[in-house]
Design a protein around this ligand. Structure first.
Ligand code: AHR
Length: 509
C-alpha cells in the first residue's frame, strides 16, 4: 500500500512539475559590473610562461613584445574587463623590483608555492601592463603583504601611478615608460588566512589598515583597495574585518570559493561519473549561499552599499592531467565546466548589487582555464565560450528573475535543474542566460516577460552529447556555440525547450 501511495505521489509531482521563470523587465535597478567577468593570471605552472608569454626572441609563435598574438586575439573577442596578477599565493612571495629593468639583470627566485621552479622574472610589471593594454583590460595588482612591507607596496603604487617626479616614477621612466598606467585595483594581500601569512582576522585587519593608509591615490586615479577575503563560508572573517576597518580605507573585500569534490580526492577533469559531476555542481551552487552570507554581513556594517564584494578566485579544481607537474595545476575543461561557469555567472549577475568583481581561476593552462596551449597551438575551452556568450551582460542593468525549477536528482539528492539571469543593455535589448545542469533530460520552460513588449528573439547554445565532452588539440572545435531555435515567442510568453547539458543565451528586442 505504502509503495502505491509513493508511486502516485511521484506521478503527481512529475505531472505538475513545471519550470517557470518570471522576468520583470521594468524593475531593473542595479548594473552588472563588467568586472564580474574578470580573470586571473598567476605565476603558476604554464599560465604566464608558455601561456601568455613566450618571450620576444620566440620566432615560432607569433607574439608582440613576447605576448602571444593568438591568445590576445581570442581574449579580446571574449572580452576580459579586468585581469588579476601576479597571484594567488605567489603574490605574497613576489618582490616587484625583481621584475623591472633590463631582463638580463633581473634576479631569479624560486617559485616556492608552485612546483619549486626557478622564476627568472622576465615577466614583470611592464610586461603585465603591456598585456593589459593589448587586451584592453584593467589591471588588478595583488600586493605582497605576507612577506612584503608597507613601503614596498606604496612604492609600487608610486611606480605605476605617479606622473610627477619622484624616486619611483623616475625609475619607471628610466625603464622606458614615460606616462603612468594609473592602476586602480589593488589587492592588499591574498588568502592572508593561509598562504598569505596564516594570520588571524584581527591581526590582518590591523595590518590592512596600515597598508591601506599609505597607498597613495592621486588626482588621476582613486585607488580601489581590496582586502584579502574569506575562504568560502568563513563569515567570521568578513565580520571581523568590517568591524575593524574604517569604511574610508576599503573599497572591496574578497572571497574565494572553488568547486572541489574533496581536497584529497578531487577526481579527473575529464573521466568522471555522474555522481562526481553532481557533487561538483553542488559545490559550485554553494556560491549563492556563500555570497548571500557575506552580503548580509556587509549590509550590516556598510548599509550604504559602498564596499564591493570581489569573488577574486573561483572555478572548478580537479586532479592535474596525467603526466603533468602536480604543482602546475593543468587540467582539461569539459561541458561540466561550461555548466559550472554558466550557473556561477548567473549567481554573480543576480547578486550584482554587491558583487562588483569576480576573477575566474585561471585564464590560461591553469585550473578552469579559458584557453589551453600546446606549443604553437591553442584551444578554446567550453568555459571560454560561456564567457564569450555571456559578455552581453557586461555593464547592462540586471533584471530580477523569479525561477521555479524542476529538480535534477542523483542518489536521492536534488538540485534545481535550471539556472537563469537576465539583463537589459543600453540599447534596450534584453538578454536571458539559461543553464540546464540536468545531464539526462531536456527541460521545457515557460518564461513570462513582464513590463516590456518584445517582438523578436534569437539565441545561441553551447551543448554536447556528454558532460565529459571537451575540445582537444586534435579536435579543437568539438564544442562551440551554435544558433538556438528551441523557443516559441507568443506575445510576452516564451516557451523554451532547453536540451540536457546546455547553456543558452537569448536576445530579445
Ligand atoms: O588559484 C590557485 C591558488 O588557489 C591561488 O594561488 C591561491 O590564492 C588559492 O588557494
Amino acid at each position: 500500500m505504502q509503495r502505491v501511495i509513493i508511486f502516485f505521489l511521484i506521478l503527481f509531482v512529475s505531472l505538475n512539475a513545471q519550470n517557470k521563470i518570471v522576468i520583470n523587465a521594468d524593475l531593473g535597478k542595479y548594473k552588472i559590473d563588467k568586472n564580474i567577468y574578470g580573470h586571473f593570471s598567476e605565476h603558476l605552472g604554464r599560465c604566464i610562461y608558455d601561456g601568455f608569454y613566450v618571450g620576444e626572441t620566440n620566432k615560432i609563435i607569433p607574439n608582440t613584445r613576447g605576448i602571444r598574438n593568438d591568445i590576445v586575439k581570442a581574449l579580446r573577442k571574449m572580452k576580459v574587463p579586468v585581469l588579476r596578477w601576479p597571484g594567488g599565493c605567489f603574490a605574497d612571495t613576489y618582490h616587484w623590483k625583481d621584475g623591472i629593468g633590463p631582463r638580463s639583470e633581473r634576479p631569479t627566485i624560486v617559485n616556492t608555492w608552485w612546483g619549486g621552479v626557478t622564476e627568472d622574472n622576465s615577466f614583470g610589471t611592464h610586461e603585465f601592463m603591456d598585456l593589459c593594454e593589448q587586451l584592453g583590460a584593467e589591471p588588478y595588482i595583488s600586493g605582497n603583504v605576507g612577506s612584503g612591507t608597507v613601503r614596498e607596496m606604496a612604492e609600487w603604487v608610486q611606480y605605476t601611478n605617479f606622473d610627477g617626479r619622484s624616486p619611483m616614477s623616475d625609475l619607471r621612466r628610466k625603464n622606458g615608460r614615460e606616462k603612468p598606467w594609473n592602476v586602480k585595483y589593488w589587492g592588499i594581500g591574498n588568502e592572508t588566512w593561509g598562504c598569505g601569512g596564516h594570520m588571524r582576522p584581527e591581526y590582518y585587519a590591523d595590518i590592512y589598515r596600515a597598508f591601506a593608509t599609505y597607498l597613495p591615490g592621486n588626482s588621476n586615479v582613486k585607488l580601489f583597495r581590496i582586502a584579502s577575503g574569506a575562504a568560502g563560508d568563513d563569515y567570521n572573517w568578513t565580520e571581523i574585518l568590517l568591524k575593524n576597518i574604517p569604511l574610508n580605507l576599503i573599497e572591496g573585500i574578497g572571497v574565494h570559493h572553488y568547486a572541489v569534490i574533496d581536497w584529497n580526492a578531487k577526481g579527473s577533469a575529464t573521466d568522471f561519473t555522474e555522481e562526481q559531476y553532481f557533487k561538483t555542481m553542488q559545490q559550485a551552487l554553494r556560491m549563492e549561499k556563500i555570497v548571500k552570507g557575506h552580503i548580509n554581513i556587509m549590509d550590516k556594517y556598510d548599509p550604504q552599499n559602498r564596499v564591493a564584494l570581489a569573488v577574486d578566485e573561483w572555478g572548478g579544481w580537479y586532479d592535474v592531467e596525467p603526466g603533468t607537474n602536480p604543482g602546475f595545476l593543468y587540467q582539461q575543461n569539459t561541458m561540466r565546466d561550461a555548466l559550472l561557469a554558466g550557473a556561477t555567472l548567473n549567481i554573480f549577475n543576480n547578486y550584482c548589487r554587491r558583487v562588483k568583481m569576480a576573477n575566474l581561476a585561471q585564464t590560461v593552462n591553469v585550473l578552469q582555464a579559458v584557453i589551453l596551449t600546446k606549443e604553437e597551438k591553442i584551444i578554446l575551452t567550453p568555459t571560454y565560450y560561456v564567457m564569450e556568450m555571456y559578455n552581453v551582460h557586461h555593464d547592462a542593468t540586471m533584471l530580477p528573475v523569479d525561477v521555479t525549477s524542476e529538480k535534477y536528482t542523483v542518489d536521492g539528492k536534488a538540485l534545481d535543474a535550471i539556472s537563469c539571469s537576465a539583463s537589459k543593455d543600453e540599447n534596450g535589448k534584453i538578454h536571458i542566460s539559461l543553464v540546464n545542469i540536468d545531464i539526462n533530460k531536456k527541460h521545457n520552460i515557460e518564461i513570462d516577460l513582464r513590463g516590456t513588449e518584445v517582438s523578436n528573439c534569437t539565441g545561441r547554445i553551447l551543448t554536447s552529447e556528454k558532460v565529459q565532452d571537451h575540445n582537444t588539440f586534435e579536435n579543437p572545435e568539438k564544442i562551440k556555440p551554435a544558433a538556438f531555435k528551441g523557443f516559441k515567442l507568443n506575445g510576452n510568453k516564451l516557451q523554451i525547450e532547453l536540451p540536457a547539458t546546455s547553456v543558452v543565451v537569448l536576445e530579445l528586442e
